[in-house]
Every structure is written in structure tokens, then in C-alpha cells.
Design a protein around this ligand. Structure first.
Ligand SMILES: Nc1nc2c(ncn2[C@@H]2O[C@H](COP(=O)(O)OP(=O)(O)OP(=O)(O)O)[C@@H](O)[C@H]2O)c(=O)[nH]1
Ligand SMILES: [Mg+2]
Length: 190
């Protein structure tokens, strides 16, 4: 047991936070990652099956792994930040799944405030929304330098490569303008 704790202590800690517009698929993505990596306990899977069933879903609703509040399930949106934990041989991870709805932007900031990596999820159908831009700007203000973008719901556009590339270019331009904004802000702050 002591060895186990020592091994855990040796691992470096990485904090990851989700971001992006409401309904773009953040919670489902986190649920999918945890489920596919066998990072869930048996009782969590049973709970997931029961709750998906109770809310009328034919399949597992993977978003329920992080969307645990009754109000979240009734409204089908994330409201509060949910933290989940997993580890690999070298790293231990703290995942913060944050809400995309504008009304809960301050909860997104809470989840992202200590993040080393921002996982920005974007629905290919909606593209870059005001909320995507807002979250990226907040990440820039919080000085999160590692941003990974997941362009999601590709199945709904038959995995259209051209559309994927078009959005990728727009995102790169946006990221570039934010890097500039951050350096201008730094000038004011120092
Ligand atoms: N077709 C399709 N639907 C998806 C995909 N990912 C998520 N969804 C659906 O999109 C809806 C919203 O998913 P969520 O994971 O709750 O989205 P979210 O970004 O966590 O939403 P908020 O936390 O409320 O901002 C659900 O109905 C999901 O089943 C995908 O890759 N393809
Ligand atoms: Mg969510």
C-alpha cells in the first residue's frame, strides 16, 4: 500500500478542463473517454445504465458520467463543474467538465482557472460561436497555453474533410489574434 502511494506521488499532475459552447458535446466526450479507457468503476456503469434508462434514453447517455445533478439531467445541460480523476503510468489527471451555457460562464472559469490544458470542443455544425470565442478569450486571460481543439459531431456532416479544414483555419486565425491580445495585455499589466 505504501509503495502504491509513493508511486502515485511520483507521477506528475496534469489538470485538464473542457470548454466550448453549450451542447457542443463536452460531457459526452469526457464520458466516452472515461468509458472507453475502462476508467469507470462497476457501480458507476450500473448507475449510468439506470439513470440513462430512467430519463428515457435507449442507449447510455455518456454525459451523465459528469452531469450528475437532477437539474442538469432535467435541462440536459451542464450547470456545475464536475471533476473526474484518472491516471496513466506517468501522469495523474484531474478532468474538469465545465458548462457551455452563457449563463454559467463563471463556472467555466472556476473549472479552467487551474488548468494546464484546455480541451475546447466545437460542434462542426455550429462552427465558431460567440461562446467559443468567449471561452478562448478567457483561456487566454487565464494564461492557459495548451489548447487542444476537438471538432465534434463529424458524423452529422458525413466526416466532411473540407469543412473540417475550413474550421481549423478559422480557429488558427482566432488563436493567433488572441496571442496578440495577450501580449498587449501583458504590456499593460507589467
Ligand atoms: N451526433 C452526435 N451527437 C453528439 C456527439 N457528441 C455529443 N452529441 C450530442 O449532443 C448533445 C449535447 O451533448 P453534451 O455532451 O451534453 O454537450 P455539452 O457540450 O456537454 O453541453 P453543455 O455542458 O450543456 O454545454 C447530446 O444530445 C449528445 O448526445 C457526436 O459526436 N455526434
Ligand atoms: Mg456538458
Amino acid at each position: 500500500m505504501e509503495k502504491l502511494f509513493k508511486d502515485i506521488e511520483k507521477k506528475s499532475l496534469v489538470r485538464v478542463s473542457t470548454a466550448g459552447s453549450v451542447d457542443d458535446g463536452k460531457s459526452t466526450l469526457i464520458g466516452r473517454l472515461l468509458f472507453d479507457c475502462n476508467a469507470l468503476m462497476k457501480d458507476q456503469i450500473v448507475n449510468l445504465e439506470n439513470s440513462s434508462n430512467n430519463y428515457g434514453y435507449e442507449k447510455l447517455n455518456l454525459a451523465y458520467i459528469t452531469d450528475g445533478l437532477r437539474s442538469e439531467r432535467e435541462k440536459a445541460i451542464t450547470i456545475d463543474v464536475a471533476y473526474r480523476y484518472f491516471s496513466t503510468k506517468k501522469c495523474k489527471f484531474i478532468l474538469a467538465d465545465t458548462p457551455g451555457h452563457f449563463e454559467y460562464t463563471r463556472n467555466m472559469v472556476t473549472g479552467a482557472s487551474l488548468a494546464d490544458i484546455l480541451l475546447l470542443v466545437l460542434d462542426i455544425n455550429s462552427g465558431i460561436t460567440n461562446q467559443t470565442k468567449r471561452h478562448l478569450k478567457l483561456a487566454s486571460l487565464l494564461r492557459i497555453s495548451n489548447v487542444t481543439v476537438c471538432i465534434n459531431k463529424m458524423d452529422l456532416v458525413s466526416y466532411d474533410k473540407n469543412l473540417f479544414e475550413k474550421i481549423s483555419v478559422q480557429l488558427k486565425q482566432l488563436a493567433f489574434s488572441l496571442v496578440l491580445m495577450q501580449s498587449i495585455l501583458s504590456l499593460f499589466l507589467h
